[in-house]
Design a protein around this ligand. Sequence first.
Ligand code: ATP
Length: 447
Amino acid sequence: MKNKLLIVDDEPKILRSLKFLLEENFEIYTSKNSAEALDLFRKEKIFLVLLDLRLKEDSGLDLMKSLLEFEPNAIIIIMTAFSTIENSINAIKTGAYYFITKPIDTDQLLLLLNTANEKLKMIQKISHLEGHIKKDIIGESPRIKEIISIINKIKDTDATVLITGESGTGKELIAQKIHTLSNRADKPFVAINCAAMVGDLLESELFGYKKGAFTGAYKDEIGVIRRTDKGTLLLDEIGEMDLRLQSKLLRFLQAKEIRQIGDEKTHKVDVRIVCATNRDLKKEVEAGNFREDLYYRINVINLVAPSLRERIEDLKYLVPYFIDKYNISFNKNVKGITDKYYEQLKNYRFEGNIRELENIIQRAVLLSTGEYIEPDLLHITTHKAIDPIDDASDNYIKIYMGESMKEIEKKAIEFTLKNNNQNRKRTADSLGISERALRYKIKEYNL
Ligand SMILES: Nc1ncnc2c1ncn2[C@@H]1O[C@H](COP(=O)(O)OP(=O)(O)OP(=O)(O)O)[C@@H](O)[C@H]1O
């Protein structure tokens, strides 16, 4: 199978000649501007990009940053007309794989793309391996057995499932398991994080749109729900969905029909919906943030993902599993951890649950030099006992290895609020977010 290659240049002539030159070896996509390129890149899951640094209205460098933010494994080769060292160094510093100067030497380009292609195959092999390993729920504790037994009972029904539990407890993994055990297993499983997109964007991503329905809708898009037809759709962090979209989702769940934005027609869709959240949705209903009717509609079956503290006996399966996983990624040969440190792990609180355990083991495997992980590499000792705010100086806060993004975000907000005498406007300005977003976070983190 050919790898996909996206070529971004504002000169149609160059796009045409590069397409002609490369289409034998690659599946070619072309674009003249940033917005379209980014959209193609995301939708088509492209990993290889040939990008002109100077586009008519946009900055190639900015586009490159957005592409890498979305897919850090992407390989981006910069084409630059002005071969100044500075431009190229900047691009490489920002994450470009290599650069090539215009006018393009075709032999050099083919050689470069060949090497990039090999690198890409390797990355894909590794992520395939990781994906393979990732798929299963590890653990033999009664709580995990109970979850698997419920999944087995409900797997082939269309009942909506709500998975609740603390962050990092494996809610997404449970959703995947529902899918892989079900009779929908050979159809798509798609996970959408409702917190990652603001209202309108999430709506168009889920429901799709017709060309011209709004600025930027330059072609028809059928949307994730229709793309998941016959499969399973996980709506992760459903508690973050705004009320207007909640109503639309409810209508869809009741009618099983979908209408793209700007379309007259409706389409029947057969998708199993699984929702996940670490919020207490009942409380959100009481507070008026979540529709009660939608809550009952999605909560037909409730699975509670246990915290790692509640199934600490599973460490004996999880630790070797993560050691194997990172032995493969880092090409190491770590055999295990010592009994003493197994005891230490057992007494740790794991507020970030399995995600935190995975981070700890990942780091330990990476840094380990011997066969067994050394005590000081676990780095889990007492940092949770330290109050992050009291421990901060006037100018900085401490972040510890193994902390989740949520913990780090909470600390940053708490600290900035404190430094601004709780003034929300100044805090929001200083953090570069809107006051509305700040209010939301304050509520989320109970600050
Ligand atoms: N039982 C398990 N066995 C193996 N790996 C697990 C298990 N549970 C979770 N993981 C791993 O821990 C990480 C976090 O899991 P996941 O993303 O499913 O958690 P989550 O509950 O959905 O978190 P959040 O609420 O923050 O989205 C993932 O890398 C996942 O593969």
